[in-house]
Design a protein around this ligand. Structure first.
Ligand SMILES: Nc1ncnc2c1ncn2[C@@H]1O[C@H](COP(=O)(O)OP(=O)(O)O)[C@@H](O)[C@H]1O
Ligand SMILES: [Mg+2]
Length: 325
């Protein structure tokens, strides 16, 4: 499947997974790949951590939409914005004719009081704003760098929870509208990321089933990030090798080779386990050994992503090939 075709299947990809597995890096790589294919991508950060900006070597990303990178093709670009509950609430109140109220609330810090009184309301506000972007933005694809781990579930469950809690009124309306978006595969899907390690894989499996059962959201292929490239010859027998390195050095080399080989075997085992437990395609991204992750490394990962996407067959694509025959 072409990346272009891939991105055209849906309006929004929500990138989710345990903290530290590479959500922010993957979000950036997806945006670069989309831009490379000639699409405009809108990157949305929701945890207020300003983690995307350094990857693109720009300053802080704010609430207002800003261009953070031009792709080689001038027509394609990457836009970004940071949406926090506070900014989303102020805008919501303003839009609903409550400018004065919102000014007062901002001044007195009462926003936190409202949010604490209604669980899920912060998440619903952010998702409501995202929904508006999905509908109104000129971007071809919206990429959301979702909150970490447990919060991602709370975040995506909030609309269902509030639809149930608030039986009528604006919160009910908003909750239903957001839920409808989450449940429509043409509008959104969740891309779960993991490292090829025991705990993150277990968590990914749990999250995947919960998202399907509780939210009814479409799951994209899962991303296995940080796979060590296979190096041939690591298990070579060094015993007969003549070298002026000396026996101690050769032993050290053998130990390092063994360690690396073991890591690769463990990683492959976790991938296989994930495949067995979860019937979703896997997109594999390599571990990048550079000291810092910046734009060149993100582009390297975007290359790997393009290759992985090229190798998958999703229902839509399979139908097309069947039609060609
Ligand atoms: N494929 C990779 N190779 C090397 N380092 C990576 C890779 N993916 C992520 N990292 C690094 O791992 C750390 C966590 O990644 P990040 O995207 O911030 O995770 P998350 O957003 O899920 O918390 C960062 O320091 C990032 O640079
Ligand atoms: Mg992050």
């Amino acid at each position: 499947m072409d990346p272009d075709e891939y991105f055209n299947r849906t309006r929004m990809v929500i990138v989710a997974g345990k903290g530290g597995v590479g959500k922010t890096v993957l979000s950036a790589a997806l945006a670069r790949l989309a831009a490379r294919t000639g699409l405009t991508a809108l990157l949305v950060e929701v945890d207020g951590r300003n983690a995307l900006a350094p990857l693109f070597e720009v300053g802080e990303i704010g609430y207002e939409e800003a261009v953070i990178a031009s792709a080689t093709d001038d027509s394609a670009k990457i836009l970004a914005r940071s949406i926090t509950p506070d900014t989303a609430l102020v805008e919501w109140l303003d839009d609903h004719g409550m400018k004065l109220v919102s000014k007062r609330l901002q001044k007195t810090g009462a926003i936190d009081v409202i949010a604490t009184a209604t669980p899920g309301i912060k998440d619903l506000l952010v998702l409501g704003k995202i929904k508006q972007l999905v509908v109104e933005s000129d971007a071809d694809i919206v990429i959301v760098d979702a909150p970490a781990a447990g919060h991602a579930m709370t975040f995506l469950r909030a609309p269902a929870l509030l639809a149930e809690m608030a039986r009528s009124g604006p919160i009910n309306t908003q909750a239903h509208a957001v839920l409808a978006m989450l449940q429509d595969p043409k509008q959104c899907e969740v891309m779960l990321v993991t490292l090829p390690e025991e705990t993150p894989v277990n968590e990914l499996i749990d999250t995947a089933f919960q998202l399907e059962d509780d939210v009814g959201i479409q799951l994209a292929p899962v991303v296995v990030n940080g796979m060590y490239p296979i190096i041939d010859g690591l298990d070579a027998d060094l015993s007969g090798v003549k070298s002026n390195l000396g026996a101690a050095k050769i032993d050290e080399l053998r130990a390092a080779g063994d360690f690396r080989q073991q890591r690769s075997i463990l990683q492959a085992g976790q991938r296989a386990r994930l495949a067995e437990m979860l019937p979703l395609e896997q997109l594999v991204l390599p571990y990048v050994f550079d000291a810092d992750i910046g734009l060149p490394q993100i582009d390297e990962l975007a290359d790997a992503l393009a290759e992985a996407i090229a190798n998958i067959e999703l229902p839509g694509a399979a139908d097309e090939t069947a039609g060609d025959q």
